[in-house]
Design a protein around this ligand. Structure first.
Ligand code: ZN
Ligand code: MN
Length: 469
Protein backbone atom coordinates (compact mmCIF):
# COMPACT_ATOMS: atom_id res chain seq x y z
CA UNK A 1 0.00 0.00 0.00
CA UNK A 2 1.32 3.38 -1.02
CA UNK A 3 1.46 5.61 2.00
CA UNK A 4 3.01 8.75 0.61
CA UNK A 5 -0.11 10.13 -0.97
CA UNK A 6 -0.02 13.20 -3.13
CA UNK A 7 -2.75 15.74 -2.49
CA UNK A 8 -4.23 18.12 -5.02
CA UNK A 9 -6.02 21.18 -3.70
CA UNK A 10 -7.78 24.06 -5.38
CA UNK A 11 -9.56 26.93 -3.64
CA UNK A 12 -12.55 29.05 -4.55
CA UNK A 13 -12.64 32.12 -2.38
CA UNK A 14 -15.57 34.48 -2.01
CA UNK A 15 -14.70 37.95 -0.78
CA UNK A 16 -17.25 40.59 0.14
CA UNK A 17 -16.07 43.89 -1.32
CA UNK A 18 -16.15 47.08 0.69
CA UNK A 19 -18.04 49.31 -1.71
CA UNK A 20 -20.53 51.75 -0.17
CA UNK A 21 -23.56 50.27 -1.95
CA UNK A 22 -24.67 46.86 -3.17
CA UNK A 23 -23.96 45.34 -6.57
CA UNK A 24 -27.22 46.05 -8.41
CA UNK A 25 -29.09 48.59 -6.26
CA UNK A 26 -28.25 51.63 -4.16
CA UNK A 27 -28.89 49.94 -0.79
CA UNK A 28 -26.07 50.29 1.69
CA UNK A 29 -23.57 47.43 1.40
CA UNK A 30 -23.84 45.85 4.87
CA UNK A 31 -20.45 44.16 4.45
CA UNK A 32 -18.79 47.58 4.71
CA UNK A 33 -20.30 48.24 8.15
CA UNK A 34 -18.59 47.61 11.46
CA UNK A 35 -21.64 46.38 13.32
CA UNK A 36 -24.35 43.96 12.31
CA UNK A 37 -27.49 45.97 11.46
CA UNK A 38 -31.03 44.83 12.30
CA UNK A 39 -32.25 42.16 9.86
CA UNK A 40 -33.95 43.27 6.64
CA UNK A 41 -33.24 46.98 7.15
CA UNK A 42 -31.05 47.55 4.05
CA UNK A 43 -33.31 46.22 1.34
CA UNK A 44 -35.24 47.49 -1.68
CA UNK A 45 -37.41 46.07 -4.44
CA UNK A 46 -34.32 45.08 -6.48
CA UNK A 47 -32.46 43.11 -3.82
CA UNK A 48 -35.78 41.61 -2.69
CA UNK A 49 -36.35 40.46 -6.28
CA UNK A 50 -39.74 42.07 -6.66
CA UNK A 51 -41.50 41.85 -10.02
CA UNK A 52 -40.70 44.76 -12.27
CA UNK A 53 -37.50 45.75 -10.49
CA UNK A 54 -34.37 46.04 -12.62
CA UNK A 55 -30.73 45.70 -11.62
CA UNK A 56 -28.25 48.47 -12.42
CA UNK A 57 -24.61 47.54 -12.07
CA UNK A 58 -22.50 49.41 -9.52
CA UNK A 59 -19.48 50.63 -11.54
CA UNK A 60 -17.31 50.68 -8.44
CA UNK A 61 -17.61 46.88 -8.26
CA UNK A 62 -16.35 46.57 -11.83
CA UNK A 63 -13.45 48.87 -11.00
CA UNK A 64 -12.62 46.78 -7.90
CA UNK A 65 -12.83 43.53 -9.88
CA UNK A 66 -10.48 44.91 -12.53
CA UNK A 67 -8.03 46.07 -9.87
CA UNK A 68 -8.04 42.62 -8.29
CA UNK A 69 -7.59 40.90 -11.65
CA UNK A 70 -4.62 43.18 -12.40
CA UNK A 71 -3.07 42.66 -8.97
CA UNK A 72 -3.39 38.89 -9.41
CA UNK A 73 -1.55 39.07 -12.76
CA UNK A 74 -4.66 38.02 -14.68
CA UNK A 75 -5.52 38.54 -18.29
CA UNK A 76 -8.54 40.80 -18.60
CA UNK A 77 -11.66 40.27 -20.66
CA UNK A 78 -12.54 43.66 -22.01
CA UNK A 79 -16.05 42.51 -22.92
CA UNK A 80 -18.03 40.57 -20.39
CA UNK A 81 -21.60 40.09 -19.27
CA UNK A 82 -23.67 38.74 -16.43
CA UNK A 83 -25.48 35.41 -16.29
CA UNK A 84 -28.21 33.98 -14.13
CA UNK A 85 -27.46 30.85 -12.16
CA UNK A 86 -30.92 29.43 -11.75
CA UNK A 87 -31.90 27.36 -8.74
CA UNK A 88 -34.49 27.53 -6.01
CA UNK A 89 -33.59 28.37 -2.44
CA UNK A 90 -35.20 30.77 0.06
CA UNK A 91 -32.02 32.90 0.20
CA UNK A 92 -32.54 33.72 -3.46
CA UNK A 93 -35.53 35.99 -3.88
CA UNK A 94 -35.39 35.98 -7.71
CA UNK A 95 -34.78 32.22 -7.93
CA UNK A 96 -31.50 32.99 -9.63
CA UNK A 97 -28.16 34.45 -8.64
CA UNK A 98 -26.60 37.03 -10.92
CA UNK A 99 -23.03 35.94 -11.54
CA UNK A 100 -20.52 35.52 -14.35
CA UNK A 101 -20.10 32.12 -15.91
CA UNK A 102 -18.96 32.09 -19.51
CA UNK A 103 -16.63 35.09 -19.43
CA UNK A 104 -15.13 36.20 -16.12
CA UNK A 105 -13.50 39.61 -15.57
CA UNK A 106 -10.04 38.09 -15.22
CA UNK A 107 -8.39 34.73 -16.00
CA UNK A 108 -4.98 33.03 -16.16
CA UNK A 109 -3.32 34.89 -13.33
CA UNK A 110 -1.03 33.82 -10.50
CA UNK A 111 0.05 34.59 -6.96
CA UNK A 112 3.53 33.78 -5.67
CA UNK A 113 3.38 31.96 -2.33
CA UNK A 114 6.67 31.11 -0.64
CA UNK A 115 8.41 31.19 -4.00
CA UNK A 116 5.81 28.97 -5.72
CA UNK A 117 3.35 30.15 -8.34
CA UNK A 118 -0.26 29.33 -7.53
CA UNK A 119 -2.19 29.88 -10.75
CA UNK A 120 -5.45 31.83 -10.68
CA UNK A 121 -8.01 30.32 -12.98
CA UNK A 122 -10.58 33.10 -12.86
CA UNK A 123 -11.85 36.17 -11.02
CA UNK A 124 -15.51 36.97 -11.40
CA UNK A 125 -18.22 39.17 -9.95
CA UNK A 126 -21.39 37.84 -8.39
CA UNK A 127 -24.06 38.84 -5.91
CA UNK A 128 -24.31 37.38 -2.44
CA UNK A 129 -27.59 35.64 -1.63
CA UNK A 130 -29.52 36.48 1.54
CA UNK A 131 -28.57 34.99 4.87
CA UNK A 132 -30.50 32.01 6.21
CA UNK A 133 -30.73 31.77 9.97
CA UNK A 134 -31.81 28.38 11.26
CA UNK A 135 -33.63 28.40 14.58
CA UNK A 136 -34.77 25.35 16.50
CA UNK A 137 -38.23 25.03 14.95
CA UNK A 138 -38.13 27.50 12.10
CA UNK A 139 -35.85 29.34 9.70
CA UNK A 140 -35.42 33.08 9.17
CA UNK A 141 -34.15 34.94 6.12
CA UNK A 142 -32.22 38.20 6.35
CA UNK A 143 -32.09 39.97 2.98
CA UNK A 144 -29.57 42.59 4.10
CA UNK A 145 -26.92 40.43 2.50
CA UNK A 146 -28.86 39.95 -0.72
CA UNK A 147 -26.95 41.74 -3.47
CA UNK A 148 -23.75 42.39 -1.51
CA UNK A 149 -20.94 42.45 -4.10
CA UNK A 150 -18.71 39.40 -4.12
CA UNK A 151 -15.60 38.48 -5.99
CA UNK A 152 -15.02 34.81 -6.56
CA UNK A 153 -11.36 34.00 -6.95
CA UNK A 154 -10.60 30.48 -8.17
CA UNK A 155 -7.18 28.83 -8.20
CA UNK A 156 -5.99 25.99 -10.37
CA UNK A 157 -5.37 22.80 -8.34
CA UNK A 158 -1.80 23.91 -7.60
CA UNK A 159 -1.87 23.71 -3.81
CA UNK A 160 -0.39 20.62 -2.21
CA UNK A 161 -0.79 21.05 1.54
CA UNK A 162 -3.04 22.59 4.16
CA UNK A 163 -0.25 24.95 5.20
CA UNK A 164 0.21 26.09 1.62
CA UNK A 165 -3.53 26.74 1.31
CA UNK A 166 -3.37 28.97 4.36
CA UNK A 167 -0.28 30.78 3.08
CA UNK A 168 -2.02 31.38 -0.25
CA UNK A 169 -5.08 32.84 1.48
CA UNK A 170 -2.86 35.03 3.64
CA UNK A 171 -1.21 36.40 0.53
CA UNK A 172 -4.52 36.86 -1.28
CA UNK A 173 -6.04 38.70 1.68
CA UNK A 174 -2.92 40.86 1.98
CA UNK A 175 -3.12 41.85 -1.70
CA UNK A 176 -6.85 42.65 -1.44
CA UNK A 177 -6.19 44.80 1.62
CA UNK A 178 -3.26 46.55 -0.08
CA UNK A 179 -5.43 47.59 -3.02
CA UNK A 180 -8.24 48.59 -0.68
CA UNK A 181 -11.09 46.41 -1.96
CA UNK A 182 -11.45 44.35 1.20
CA UNK A 183 -11.33 45.53 4.80
CA UNK A 184 -10.95 42.92 7.53
CA UNK A 185 -11.99 45.45 10.19
CA UNK A 186 -15.56 45.49 8.81
CA UNK A 187 -18.19 42.76 8.64
CA UNK A 188 -16.85 41.69 5.22
CA UNK A 189 -16.46 37.93 5.02
CA UNK A 190 -13.62 35.99 3.43
CA UNK A 191 -14.86 32.47 2.75
CA UNK A 192 -13.48 29.54 0.81
CA UNK A 193 -14.64 26.29 -0.73
CA UNK A 194 -11.88 23.74 -1.23
CA UNK A 195 -11.54 20.98 -3.80
CA UNK A 196 -9.35 18.23 -2.41
CA UNK A 197 -8.31 14.95 -3.90
CA UNK A 198 -5.66 12.34 -3.58
CA UNK A 199 -3.86 11.93 -6.89
CA UNK A 200 -5.70 9.37 -8.99
CA UNK A 201 -8.88 9.54 -6.89
CA UNK A 202 -12.16 11.45 -7.16
CA UNK A 203 -12.26 14.95 -5.74
CA UNK A 204 -14.32 16.17 -2.84
CA UNK A 205 -15.57 19.71 -2.46
CA UNK A 206 -15.65 21.12 1.06
CA UNK A 207 -17.96 24.10 1.34
CA UNK A 208 -18.04 27.12 3.54
CA UNK A 209 -14.78 27.53 5.36
CA UNK A 210 -14.42 30.98 6.89
CA UNK A 211 -11.03 32.56 7.44
CA UNK A 212 -7.45 31.36 7.10
CA UNK A 213 -6.74 29.23 10.14
CA UNK A 214 -10.00 27.38 9.62
CA UNK A 215 -9.00 26.41 6.07
CA UNK A 216 -5.86 24.78 7.35
CA UNK A 217 -7.80 22.84 10.00
CA UNK A 218 -10.55 21.78 7.58
CA UNK A 219 -8.09 20.64 4.92
CA UNK A 220 -6.05 18.66 7.43
CA UNK A 221 -9.21 16.90 8.56
CA UNK A 222 -10.44 16.14 5.06
CA UNK A 223 -7.02 14.94 3.86
CA UNK A 224 -6.83 12.54 6.76
CA UNK A 225 -10.38 11.31 6.13
CA UNK A 226 -9.56 10.58 2.49
CA UNK A 227 -6.27 8.95 3.41
CA UNK A 228 -8.03 6.59 5.80
CA UNK A 229 -10.46 5.59 3.06
CA UNK A 230 -7.61 4.79 0.74
CA UNK A 231 -5.68 2.88 3.41
CA UNK A 232 -8.80 0.82 4.06
CA UNK A 233 -8.79 -0.08 0.39
CA UNK A 234 -11.86 1.99 -0.46
CA UNK A 235 -12.29 4.60 -3.13
CA UNK A 236 -12.95 8.20 -2.19
CA UNK A 237 -16.45 9.09 -3.37
CA UNK A 238 -17.03 12.20 -5.40
CA UNK A 239 -19.23 14.42 -3.26
CA UNK A 240 -19.81 17.79 -1.69
CA UNK A 241 -19.16 18.08 2.03
CA UNK A 242 -19.76 20.86 4.49
CA UNK A 243 -17.24 22.10 7.06
CA UNK A 244 -18.74 21.94 10.54
CA UNK A 245 -16.81 24.65 12.34
CA UNK A 246 -18.02 23.64 15.79
CA UNK A 247 -17.35 19.92 15.56
CA UNK A 248 -14.26 20.48 13.33
CA UNK A 249 -15.29 17.77 10.88
CA UNK A 250 -16.52 17.69 7.28
CA UNK A 251 -19.98 16.23 6.77
CA UNK A 252 -21.53 14.78 3.66
CA UNK A 253 -23.97 17.18 1.97
CA UNK A 254 -24.77 15.74 -1.41
CA UNK A 255 -23.13 13.86 -4.22
CA UNK A 256 -21.45 16.43 -6.35
CA UNK A 257 -23.47 18.17 -9.03
CA UNK A 258 -21.66 19.58 -12.03
CA UNK A 259 -21.55 23.29 -12.64
CA UNK A 260 -23.24 22.61 -15.98
CA UNK A 261 -26.23 21.21 -14.09
CA UNK A 262 -27.25 24.72 -13.18
CA UNK A 263 -29.36 26.43 -15.79
CA UNK A 264 -27.09 29.31 -16.67
CA UNK A 265 -28.74 31.85 -18.91
CA UNK A 266 -27.70 35.30 -20.02
CA UNK A 267 -29.13 38.09 -17.86
CA UNK A 268 -31.10 40.20 -20.29
CA UNK A 269 -31.64 42.99 -17.76
CA UNK A 270 -27.97 43.89 -17.68
CA UNK A 271 -26.05 45.27 -20.64
CA UNK A 272 -22.69 43.77 -21.55
CA UNK A 273 -19.76 45.60 -19.99
CA UNK A 274 -17.08 47.06 -22.22
CA UNK A 275 -13.87 47.97 -20.48
CA UNK A 276 -12.24 51.06 -21.89
CA UNK A 277 -8.57 50.48 -22.64
CA UNK A 278 -7.50 53.87 -21.26
CA UNK A 279 -9.48 53.32 -18.08
CA UNK A 280 -7.75 49.98 -17.59
CA UNK A 281 -4.36 51.54 -18.23
CA UNK A 282 -5.08 54.23 -15.68
CA UNK A 283 -6.22 51.68 -13.10
CA UNK A 284 -3.09 49.68 -13.68
CA UNK A 285 -0.83 52.70 -13.26
CA UNK A 286 -2.62 53.65 -10.04
CA UNK A 287 -2.26 50.24 -8.39
CA UNK A 288 -0.24 50.65 -5.21
CA UNK A 289 3.04 48.88 -4.66
CA UNK A 290 2.07 45.28 -3.87
CA UNK A 291 3.47 43.15 -1.02
CA UNK A 292 6.10 41.27 -3.09
CA UNK A 293 7.56 44.45 -4.58
CA UNK A 294 7.48 46.23 -1.24
CA UNK A 295 9.30 43.36 0.45
CA UNK A 296 12.10 43.46 -2.09
CA UNK A 297 12.37 47.22 -1.91
CA UNK A 298 12.49 47.22 1.91
CA UNK A 299 15.29 44.65 1.93
CA UNK A 300 17.27 46.62 -0.65
CA UNK A 301 16.57 50.21 0.35
CA UNK A 302 16.77 49.82 4.13
CA UNK A 303 19.17 46.88 4.33
CA UNK A 304 16.66 44.89 6.37
CA UNK A 305 16.69 41.16 6.96
CA UNK A 306 13.98 39.42 4.94
CA UNK A 307 12.15 38.30 8.10
CA UNK A 308 12.05 41.85 9.47
CA UNK A 309 10.91 43.26 6.13
CA UNK A 310 8.20 40.61 5.96
CA UNK A 311 6.85 41.67 9.31
CA UNK A 312 6.88 45.33 8.29
CA UNK A 313 5.05 44.77 5.00
CA UNK A 314 2.48 42.39 6.48
CA UNK A 315 0.06 45.29 6.55
CA UNK A 316 0.22 48.27 4.25
CA UNK A 317 -0.46 50.70 7.11
CA UNK A 318 2.45 49.27 9.11
CA UNK A 319 4.80 49.58 6.15
CA UNK A 320 3.70 53.19 5.69
CA UNK A 321 4.26 53.90 9.39
CA UNK A 322 7.77 52.46 9.19
CA UNK A 323 8.67 54.61 6.20
CA UNK A 324 7.21 57.71 7.82
CA UNK A 325 9.20 57.05 11.01
CA UNK A 326 12.44 56.73 9.05
CA UNK A 327 11.60 59.85 7.06
CA UNK A 328 11.11 61.71 10.32
CA UNK A 329 14.62 60.84 11.43
CA UNK A 330 14.22 57.66 13.46
CA UNK A 331 16.99 55.18 12.71
CA UNK A 332 16.08 52.19 10.53
CA UNK A 333 17.15 49.87 13.32
CA UNK A 334 14.89 51.38 15.98
CA UNK A 335 11.97 51.89 13.60
CA UNK A 336 12.20 48.25 12.50
CA UNK A 337 12.46 47.00 16.08
CA UNK A 338 9.66 49.05 17.59
CA UNK A 339 7.26 48.82 14.66
CA UNK A 340 8.15 45.45 13.16
CA UNK A 341 8.58 43.67 16.47
CA UNK A 342 6.97 45.41 19.44
CA UNK A 343 3.90 46.93 17.76
CA UNK A 344 3.37 43.73 15.74
CA UNK A 345 3.63 41.69 18.94
CA UNK A 346 0.96 43.83 20.61
CA UNK A 347 -1.33 43.56 17.56
CA UNK A 348 -0.83 39.81 17.21
CA UNK A 349 -1.56 39.31 20.87
CA UNK A 350 -4.88 41.07 20.44
CA UNK A 351 -5.46 39.40 17.04
CA UNK A 352 -6.05 42.72 15.35
CA UNK A 353 -4.54 44.92 12.67
CA UNK A 354 -2.80 48.28 12.93
CA UNK A 355 -5.56 49.84 10.88
CA UNK A 356 -8.26 48.60 13.26
CA UNK A 357 -6.27 49.49 16.38
CA UNK A 358 -6.27 52.73 18.35
CA UNK A 359 -2.67 53.55 17.40
CA UNK A 360 -1.96 56.76 15.55
CA UNK A 361 1.17 57.23 13.45
CA UNK A 362 2.21 60.46 15.16
CA UNK A 363 1.81 58.99 18.65
CA UNK A 364 3.93 55.96 17.85
CA UNK A 365 6.62 58.06 16.17
CA UNK A 366 6.73 60.49 19.09
CA UNK A 367 7.18 57.56 21.48
CA UNK A 368 10.01 55.98 19.49
CA UNK A 369 11.70 59.37 19.25
CA UNK A 370 11.46 59.76 23.03
CA UNK A 371 13.07 56.33 23.36
CA UNK A 372 15.81 57.21 20.92
CA UNK A 373 16.65 60.34 22.83
CA UNK A 374 16.96 58.13 25.93
CA UNK A 375 13.99 59.68 27.67
CA UNK A 376 12.42 56.27 28.38
CA UNK A 377 13.97 52.87 28.94
CA UNK A 378 13.21 49.80 26.79
CA UNK A 379 10.81 48.41 29.35
CA UNK A 380 9.00 51.72 29.84
CA UNK A 381 8.69 52.33 26.10
CA UNK A 382 7.11 48.92 25.61
CA UNK A 383 4.67 49.61 28.43
CA UNK A 384 3.79 52.98 26.91
CA UNK A 385 3.00 51.31 23.58
CA UNK A 386 0.85 48.67 25.28
CA UNK A 387 -1.15 51.33 27.04
CA UNK A 388 -1.33 53.36 23.86
CA UNK A 389 -2.99 50.36 22.22
CA UNK A 390 -5.36 49.75 25.13
CA UNK A 391 -6.38 53.35 25.84
CA UNK A 392 -5.86 54.93 22.42
CA UNK A 393 -4.23 57.99 23.96
CA UNK A 394 -1.17 60.03 22.95
CA UNK A 395 2.10 59.81 24.87
CA UNK A 396 1.49 62.95 26.92
CA UNK A 397 -1.87 61.70 28.20
CA UNK A 398 -0.44 58.28 29.00
CA UNK A 399 2.40 59.80 31.00
CA UNK A 400 -0.14 61.86 32.92
CA UNK A 401 -2.36 58.85 33.53
CA UNK A 402 0.26 56.26 34.46
CA UNK A 403 3.19 58.41 35.62
CA UNK A 404 5.76 56.69 33.39
CA UNK A 405 9.20 57.48 34.76
CA UNK A 406 11.72 59.18 32.55
CA UNK A 407 15.17 57.67 32.50
CA UNK A 408 17.54 59.22 34.99
CA UNK A 409 19.99 60.38 32.44
CA UNK A 410 21.45 63.64 33.63
CA UNK A 411 24.93 63.01 35.00
CA UNK A 412 24.25 64.99 38.16
CA UNK A 413 21.11 63.03 39.03
CA UNK A 414 22.85 59.73 38.40
CA UNK A 415 25.88 60.81 40.38
CA UNK A 416 23.72 61.71 43.39
CA UNK A 417 22.07 58.30 43.29
CA UNK A 418 25.46 56.59 42.84
CA UNK A 419 26.76 58.34 45.95
CA UNK A 420 23.74 57.17 47.92
CA UNK A 421 24.27 53.60 46.76
CA UNK A 422 27.96 53.74 47.68
CA UNK A 423 27.06 55.02 51.14
CA UNK A 424 24.55 52.21 51.68
CA UNK A 425 26.67 49.34 50.32
CA UNK A 426 30.09 49.73 51.93
CA UNK A 427 30.87 46.02 51.71
CA UNK A 428 30.34 45.88 47.95
CA UNK A 429 32.41 49.02 47.50
CA UNK A 430 35.20 47.40 49.50
CA UNK A 431 34.99 44.27 47.35
CA UNK A 432 35.16 46.29 44.16
CA UNK A 433 38.15 48.22 45.38
CA UNK A 434 39.94 44.96 46.15
CA UNK A 435 39.47 43.83 42.59
CA UNK A 436 36.08 42.08 42.55
CA UNK A 437 34.51 43.30 39.27
CA UNK A 438 31.26 41.53 40.10
CA UNK A 439 30.67 43.89 42.98
CA UNK A 440 30.22 46.65 40.40
CA UNK A 441 27.33 44.73 38.82
CA UNK A 442 25.76 44.55 42.23
CA UNK A 443 26.04 48.32 42.67
CA UNK A 444 24.63 48.97 39.18
CA UNK A 445 21.72 46.75 40.18
CA UNK A 446 21.15 48.91 43.24
CA UNK A 447 21.04 52.03 41.07
CA UNK A 448 18.55 50.37 38.73
CA UNK A 449 16.39 49.41 41.73
CA UNK A 450 16.48 52.92 43.17
CA UNK A 451 15.49 54.45 39.83
CA UNK A 452 12.86 51.74 39.24
CA UNK A 453 14.62 50.70 36.09
CA UNK A 454 14.63 54.16 34.59
CA UNK A 455 18.40 54.61 34.51
CA UNK A 456 20.56 53.66 31.56
CA UNK A 457 22.58 50.72 33.00
CA UNK A 458 25.63 51.47 30.90
CA UNK A 459 25.66 55.06 32.01
CA UNK A 460 25.11 54.05 35.64
CA UNK A 461 28.17 51.81 35.40
CA UNK A 462 30.32 54.62 33.97
CA UNK A 463 29.20 57.05 36.66
CA UNK A 464 29.93 54.52 39.41
CA UNK A 465 33.41 53.84 38.05
CA UNK A 466 34.04 57.55 37.87
CA UNK A 467 32.90 58.16 41.44
CA UNK A 468 34.83 55.19 42.81
CA UNK A 469 38.08 56.11 41.07
ZN1 ZN B 1 -31.46 46.98 -2.58
MN1 MN C 1 -19.69 31.66 -6.26
Amino acid sequence: MKRNLEYIIGLETHVQLNTKSKLFCSCKNVASLKEEPLPNTYVCETCLGMPGSKPVVNEKVIEYALKVALALNCKINKDFFFSRKVYFYPDLAKNYQITQYEIPVGYDGYVVVNGKKIRIKRVHIEEDPAKIVHKKDYTLVDYNRSGVPLLEIVTEPDISSAEEARAYLFKLKQILEYIGVYDASTLAVFKSDANISIKGMERVEVKNITGLKEVEIALKYEMLRQKQQVLQGRNVARETRRWDETAKVTRAMRTKEEEEDYGYILDGDLPAVKVDYNFLKELSSKLPELPDEKLQRFVKQYGLKEKTAESLISEREIADLFELAVKEGISVKEAATWIGRVIKKILNYHATSYKASGFKDEWVIETIKAYESKKYSDATTEQILRKMFEDSLPLKELVKKYGFKEMVSSDDALKAIALEVIEENKKAVQDYRTGNEKALDFLVGKIMAKTKGSADPKKARDVLKEVLK
